[in-house]
Design a protein around this ligand. Structure first.
Ligand code: H2B
Length: 100
């Protein structure tokens, strides 16, 4: 289990994670897609990655908008696992940016 990152480390990682911010001790991304199908296709891709990492997002979807909060529950904070998942999510968005 990776250990909790301190605020300095989180800030440094955020510089390389466009779209993400620190909200109440979690990494947060909110993204608006073209429509529900694009949003849900993205969520499906994230779900498969999350399952392969055994590291799962907290998320919220309304029609074309998806909000994701990442933290490591077992560690009680943000760890390298959250950074890794955020990087993979950004890669997905770069590969198929079906944004509005
Ligand atoms: N996801 C996240 N975000 N944090 C965890 O601590 C976590 C997880 N733990 N997915 C995993 C599953 C754990 O509960 C199982 C038992 O391995």
């Amino acid at each position: 289990m990776p250990s909790k990152l301190n605020d300095d480390a989180i800030t440094r990682h955020l510089a390389d994670l466009p779209g993400w911010s620190l909200e109440q001790g979690k990494l947060r991304l909110e993204h608006r897609f073209a429509d529900f199908s694009a949003a849900f296709a993205f969520m499906t891709r994230v779900a498969l990655i999350a399952e392969s990492m055994n590291h799962h997002p907290e998320w919220f979807n309304v029609w074309a908008t998806v909000r994701i909060d990442l933290s490591t529950h077992d560690a009680g904070g943000i760890t390298e696992l959250d950074i890794e998942l955020a990087q993979k999510i950004n890669q997905l968005l770069n590969d198929s940016p079906a944004s509005a």
